[in-house]
Design a protein around this ligand. Structure first.
Ligand SMILES: C[S@@+](CC[C@H](N)C(=O)[O-])C[C@H]1O[C@@H](n2cnc3c(N)ncnc32)[C@H](O)[C@@H]1O
Ligand code: SF4
Ligand code: SF4
Length: 363
């Protein structure tokens, strides 16, 4: 169960804005063979003032804020830099995941200076504020998944961040088109001063068929260098079709982590928010899904947690008829596949990537 005697982790989405078109991102979909952005995007941002109010309404110590996003690029937020400055001044660590293409070198240098103020880096590098630069390939390969990204610009921005004193990690999702670049990318990461290099596998099997975007044809293919990962994804697909019930190990509970969406609504984890199909599975989910008042602008965190959703969710993991399909899919002990680091080459920043329930190796 969630432990309110320990600092909480928050996975926070500041906006719903992004300028890239990654084909497997929840923001986008393929309609009639063409990649398009879903409706209702790019219209929400949170100011520094709102952020401070919401942060205060949490009312519990916050150990880590992950700006990891479900459907956004947090760096696109107008006040992102002062928001980070504020968070670090409160003694909270930041973990950002970014495509790295937005903003100028000067802006990234200043962000590096802000992140360097988190002095836990000196005594414990693995727990300092850090940025995952999502660089899924070198040169033109990058743009085959990160559609709209420019490799040279990202590298320039990452170098400026490192020069400003920031802790940068190169994170690479493996596809067939970049699988031959892993070793070269790791060498480049070391040469450029990244503190770590991490490979990542995906279980998303959408967009594994040709599609077009702005008149150009794309054909994203599954990697075949790590067949044991593909086997595990197939096993999980079969498991999901069977809708079988297994012991659940909730990742959110394990990390003491909540998710705050761009409307400042609180959720137990980022796998669950606002899905209409989950609303059809359980009434307690539907009621919470339809009630927008559980946000940190209107209520405190403790008030929100009184909602029966949280109790019902935690009870649901032990009762087959109550358990959500997403919990089975992501967090079944034997068949969930969130523990992808087991298959990753490269080092992982320990304890900051779901590490306590995920296995990882040193390279
Ligand atoms: C939706 S993104 C939002 C954050 C930011 N825009 C970014 O891309 O880093 C959240 C996380 O999903 C990861 N991601 C994107 N496409 C993915 C895929 N096909 N499989 C697994 N993870 C993916 C991103 O690298 C990022 O760490
Ligand atoms: S950069 Fe991040 S938010 Fe933007 S489309 Fe890609 S995965 Fe989605
Ligand atoms: S999907 Fe369910 S079990 Fe998994 S982290 Fe989210 S709430 Fe917990």
């Amino acid at each position: 169960m969630f432990d309110f005697n320990k600092p909480l982790w928050m996975n926070w989405e500041l906006n719903n804005i992004c300028n890239l078109m990654c084909p497997q991102c929840r923001r986008n979909e393929i309609r009639d063979g063409e990649l398009v952005k879903k409706d209702g995007m790019d219209n929400r941002d949170n100011s520094l003032e709102t952020f401070k109010k919401v942060y205060k309404n949490i009312g519990h110590p916050v150990g880590l804020i992950r700006f990891q996003g479900q459907l956004s690029e947090n760096v696109a937020s107008k006040d992102f830099l002062p928001i980070c400055d504020f968070i670090i001044s409160q003694g909270t660590t930041i973990g950002l995941s970014t495509h790295g293409s937005l903003r100028s070198k000067d802006w990234w240098y200043r962000l590096g200076e802000v992140f360097a103020k988190d002095n836990s880096f000196v005594s414990n590098p693995s727990s300092s504020s850090h940025v995952f630069f999502c660089i899924d390939g070198m040169g033109p390969e990058l743009g085959l998944y990160r559609i709209g990204a420019n490799y040279d610009k990202i590298i320039e921005n990452a170098q400026a961040f490192i020069k400003g004193g920031g802790n940068a990690i190169w994170r690479m999702i493996i596809f067939k088109h970049n699988q031959y670049q892993i070793e070269e990318a790791e060498k480049e990461a070391t040469r450029l001063g990244f503190s770590d290099f991490v490979t990542c596998h995906t279980d998303r099997r959408s967009a594994w068929q040709p599609f077009t975007y702005k008149g150009k044809e794309y054909n994203l293919e599954i990697q075949d260098r790590f067949p044991e990962w593909n086997k595990k994804v197939t096993k999980n697909d079969e498991f999901r079709q069977g809708n079988t019930f297994e012991p659940i190990a909730c990742k959110a509970v394990d990390e003491n982590q909540f998710y705050i969406n761009c409307y400042n609504k609180v959720w137990a984890c980022y796998y669950l928010p606002d899905y209409d199909d989950l609303a059809e599975e359980q009434d307690w989910y539907r009621e919470y899904h339809e009630d927008d008042s559980n946000n940190l602008e209107e209520k405190t965190f403790d008030e929100i947690l009184e909602n029966k959703f949280y109790e019902a969710l935690q009870m649901s993991w032990d009762v087959e008829s109550k358990c959500l399909s997403m919990c089975k899919r992501k967090c079944s002990v034997f068949s969930g596949i969130t523990r992808q680091f087991e298959f990753a080459s490269g080092r992982v920043v320990k304890n900051l990537s779901g590490g306590s329930i995920q296995k990882y190796f040193d390279a």
